[in-house]
Design a protein around this ligand. Structure first.
Ligand code: C2E
Ligand code: CA
Ligand code: CA
Ligand code: CA
Length: 280
């Protein structure tokens, strides 16, 4: 740790230089990670709220750093988004997810929906649709084999004109669209109604405060009924307690995801879950 010495000027420039150096090292490291196959996807199960059957998984990126161990996405995705690295990373994620869908099918498991997080940059930079199509095709997947869902954040909906077109093209090739972290941005009802989307994911921020906080409960109930009115499926994320699950189920929330029901896991664990469920 640094000591705040008398020479605060030197201290601050030192800090800034360190920050820059750290970012540069991170960027170089990430490029190498792509070349050296240090990235991997974990998969967190999503369940039908009423039946608790597994309905899908969300792919979550990790970086297995040779010295630092497993690095979570919040530590490198924002940085990648500031450079063109996010396109390379995003491309890798969707190819990996499609290859995984193929591997699970080849293992004799029932098709499972895979949700992929997509950054706003990938929507802007156009090649997302072609890349997904290519990834599905090269793994011999058709829409029926692997339901791929793309998760975007509310900010993407702001560029209604352009994003709407991209999302529509995704849906045309059988890919579903989910709005992630819903409630943390500023999407208006009319935007939601206009956009070609299938799913709303209620942010953990709201789920965390049920059932004690009456405001959080009111918001969650309102979002569920509004979404259903618009014909959207609702997934609640960050479900950690059975009280939360009970409330969500009563309110008619379609699906749930969270540590109460399952952590992000390696593909082998998901295969076990799918197998156990198939046998039940
Ligand atoms: P997210 O899309 O909102 O993903 C959910 C995050 O919440 C995940 O963190 C997950 O591990 C965590 N989580 C799940 N259930 C619970 C719970 O019950 N309690 C708590 N406290 N947390 C829970 P993770 O894997 O660290 O991912 C963080 C964020 O990084 C993601 O947030 C997403 O925005 C981003 N991300 C992850 N993978 C990708 C990717 O492949 N591409 C892009 N662009 N972003 C990604
Ligand atoms: Ca997500
Ligand atoms: Ca989320
Ligand atoms: Ca989030």
């Amino acid at each position: 740790a640094k000591e705040r010495g008398r020479n605060t000027y030197a201290f601050y420039t030192g800090e800034i230089a360190d920050g820059l150096q750290e970012r540069l090292a991170m960027e170089t490291g990430l490029r190498r990670a792509l070349e050296r196959d240090e990235l991997l996807l974990y998969y967190q199960p999503q369940f039908n709220a009423a039946t608790q059957r597994l309905t899908g998984v969300e792919a979550l990126l990790r970086w297995r750093h040779p010295e630092q161990g497993l690095i979570p996405p919040n530590r490198f995705i924002p940085l990648a988004e500031e450079s063109d690295l996010i396109d390379a990373l995003g491309g890798w994620v969707l190819r990996r997810a499609c290859a995984q869908a193929r591997a699970w099918l080849d293992a004799g498991l029932a098709p499972v929906r895979i949700a992929i997080n997509v950054s706003g940059h990938q929507i802007l930079h156009q090649q997302l649709v072609e890349e997904l199509e290519a990834a599905l095709h090269s793994n011999g997947l058709s829409a029926g084999d692997a339901a791929i869902e793309v998760e975007i954040t509310e900010s993407v909906l702001q560029g209604v004109e352009h994003s709407g077109k991209v999302l529509q093209r995704l849906r045309d090739i059988g890919i579903r669209v989910a709005v992630d972290d819903f409630g943390t941005g500023y999407s208006s009802l009319s935007v939601l109604k206009q956009m070609p989307i299938d799913t709303l994911k209620i942010d953990r921020l709201f789920v965390r405060n049920i059932p004690d906080d009456t405001d959080a409960k009111a918001i969650v109930s309102a979002v569920i009924s509004m979404a259903h009115t618009l014909g959207l499926r609702v997934v609640a994320e960050g479900v950690e307690t059975s009280a939360q699950l009970g409330f969500l189920r009563e309110e008619g929330c379609d699906e749930v995801q969270g540590y109460l029901l399952g952590f992000p896991e390696l593909p082998e664990q998901i295969a076990l879950l799918l197998r156990a469920q198939g046998a039940a």
